[in-house]
Each structure stands twice: as C-alpha cells, then as structure tokens.
Design a protein around this ligand. Structure first.
Ligand SMILES: [Zn+2]
Length: 113
C-alpha cells in the first residue's frame, strides 16, 4: 500500500480513459458511512455481546475502512479501477459491488487463496 499524504486540495484533472468520476467518490463515501455506522452500532450494543467476537467484527470493519481510504487515494492519483495484480481494468460491475477493491475477480481469488 502506498501512503498518500497529499491533501484533498491537490486537484489534478482526471486522466482520459479513466472514468473515476464523482459517482465513484459517492460510492466510496457511502461505503465508508455504512462501515462507520456499523462500527458505532457495534460499540453501542457491545457491552452485552461477546467481547472477542465484537473485536473481531470491529477489526474486520476497520480493515475495510482502510481499504476505502486507500481507494480514495487511488481516485486522486488516477490508478483507481486498475487491478494491482494484472494491471487490467477492474470490471465496472465489480466496482459497483466492491468500490474499494484493488483486484479483479481472478487476482482477488489468487490473493485470498
Ligand atoms: Zn487482476
């Protein structure tokens, strides 16, 4: 993962052929809001729940939040939507379901194996 320290004020024009438009940001923002709400709900109901299970769930959500942050950085640097495994474009349908994914289906299953 490449840390992106550039502030949001750094507005480079989108490269042609890479339609990482405002809808991509909206999708990512929505995904982040959903995860943050889940995290809040988890903490609010956490007292009575199994501690171990709760922290595992919270960790999983936080992992996704990091993925979402990284996806925002890739939107900024123009690499969003390109598979890190094979450098091919990730299919748009997949990005709709998993807007923060870095891999196409093939590379993802190889990475997860
Ligand atoms: Zn790939």
């Amino acid at each position: 993962m490449t840390p992106d320290t550039s502030p949001a004020t750094d507005r480079r024009p989108a490269r042609p052929g890479r339609p990482a438009g405002p809808d991509v940001r909206l999708r990512l923002e929505h995904a982040r809001d959903t995860r943050l709400a889940q995290l809040r709900a988890l903490r609010e109901t956490g007292q009575s729940a199994d501690d171990h299970l709760m922290s595992a769930q919270a960790e999983a959500i936080q992992r996704v939040l990091k993925e979402i942050d990284a996806a925002f950085a890739r939107v900024d640097d123009g690499s969003y939507g390109t598979c890190l495994g094979c450098a091919k474009p990730v299919p748009a349908e997949r990005l709709e379901i998993l807007p923060y994914t870095r891999y196409c289906v093939g590379c993802q299953s190889r990475a997860a194996a």
